[in-house]
Write a protein that binds this ligand. Structure first.
Ligand SMILES: Nc1nc2c(ncn2[C@@H]2O[C@H](COP(=O)(O)OP(=O)(O)OP(=O)(O)O)[C@@H](O)[C@H]2O)c(=O)[nH]1
Length: 324
């Protein structure tokens, strides 16, 4: 665009723009207008808290984010009324963060969930700082807030995908590896029993060879959703360890209790009919032993699985350490 065209475009836009800026102290757009534009484009709203009276003011954008009707907060609300909008699980963190920032005159920076009057939960990023007003006895906390609900949802979805096996929807190997470490730490700390189970489909290669890879995929999916999941509690972790092998971590579970779960799974798999053939699974069980590393613990489960295969398949074997 040449300079003449640019000026013409500028003139045309000015004719359509009802806000004509005449402040001679400004070059082009005045600071207030720039601020308004910034606020609209970024979707942020401003708040102000009078620390002396405990009154909070939310601007129009924030009233919208909090689901208040327009003008509802024009006169300000009590700090404790605002707190009612904060999700109960986030309240201790918000309260602690707030008093810390106020007492130590630190910048306030926090993300929390707000529950709107219509019960919608919004994720809010809030930032602010103390702002003494000259010639005024009050001290204000002033800041802005942004509705980051969509961003949080996207991050959660990406995280879910990063830890999931695409075919079966179970956790992937990396996530299970983390869980092995986490659950081991927890079991040690709270002196709880913990058991791992490796489940491997028997003769799965033949299923692929005879009925095709797609049928094999479908079978893996059905094993998970029709046989494994229904036999597990919500606190158990199920993941695809590789190929046709699955790992289950059973927190707060003895070897004996895990054996019963394995029996239910094995029975359930026998009822599944993939095409004209039948499928079975072999299962190796290993109870976590104090001082054992996650690697050794899993190696024991793998050894038990190997024994189950060697013993003729379609069976469950518990790990027994070799006599010293
Ligand atoms: N359809 C399908 N097949 C897979 C997938 N991942 C691995 N496999 C196949 O699973 C089969 C596993 O074969 P093996 O390890 O020999 O095990 P098996 O035939 O079940 O034999 P046993 O375990 O000894 O009873 C291989 O043919 C792999 O190609 C997958 O995502 N989809």
């Amino acid at each position: 665009m040449d300079p003449v065209q640019q000026m013409e475009l500028g003139d045309r836009l000015m004719l359509h723009n009802p806000v004509r800026i005449t402040n001679t102290a400004c070059s082009g757009t005045c600071p207030q207008r720039k601020l308004d534009i910034l606020q609209q484009v970024a979707g942020i709203g401003f708040w102000e808290l009078d620390l002396k009276t405990g009154h909070v003011w939310l601007d129009g954008r924030l009233q919208e984010i909090y689901g208040l009707s327009p003008g509802e907060n024009n006169l300000g609300i009590e700090l404790r009324t605002w707190r009612k909008y904060v999700h109960p699980e986030d309240q201790p963190r918000v309260q602690q963060g707030f008093w810390r920032a106020a007492e130590l005159a630190l910048p306030w920076r926090l993300q929390f969930r707000a529950i709107r009057p219509d019960q919608q939960v919004r994720h809010i990023r809030s930032e602010g700082r103390l702002e003494p007003i000259p010639n005024d006895q009050s001290v204000y906390f002033v800041g802005f807030e942004e509705d980051v609900t969509d961003r949080v949802a996207l991050e959660q979805e990406l995280e879910r995908q990063a830890q999931q096996d695409g075919l079966t929807g179970t956790y992937n190997r990396r996530k299970m590896d983390n869980l092995l470490h986490q659950e081991r730490e927890r079991a040690i700390r709270y002196r709880q029993q913990l058991t791992a189970m490796l489940i491997d489909a028997d003769g799965f290669k033949a299923i692929n060879d005879n009925y095709g890879h797609e049928a094999g995929d479908e079978l893996l999916h059905d094993l998970v959703h029709c046989c494994f999941r229904p036999c597990l509690r919500t606190i158990d972790h199920l993941g695809r360890w590789g190929g046709d092998e699955f790992l289950v971590i059973l927190p707060e579970t003895s070897e004996e209790a895990a054996y019963h779960v394995a029996e239910r799974i094995r029975d359930q798999v026998e009822t599944l009919q993939p095409g004209p053939g039948a499928i079975t699974v072999s299962i190796g069980i290993s109870a976590y032993q104090p001082e054992e590393s996650p690697r050794d613990w899993l190696r024991s489960a793998d050894f038990a699985l190997y024994e189950a295969k060697r013993g003729g398949r379609n069976r469950i074997t518990r790990y027994r350490s070799p006599p010293a």
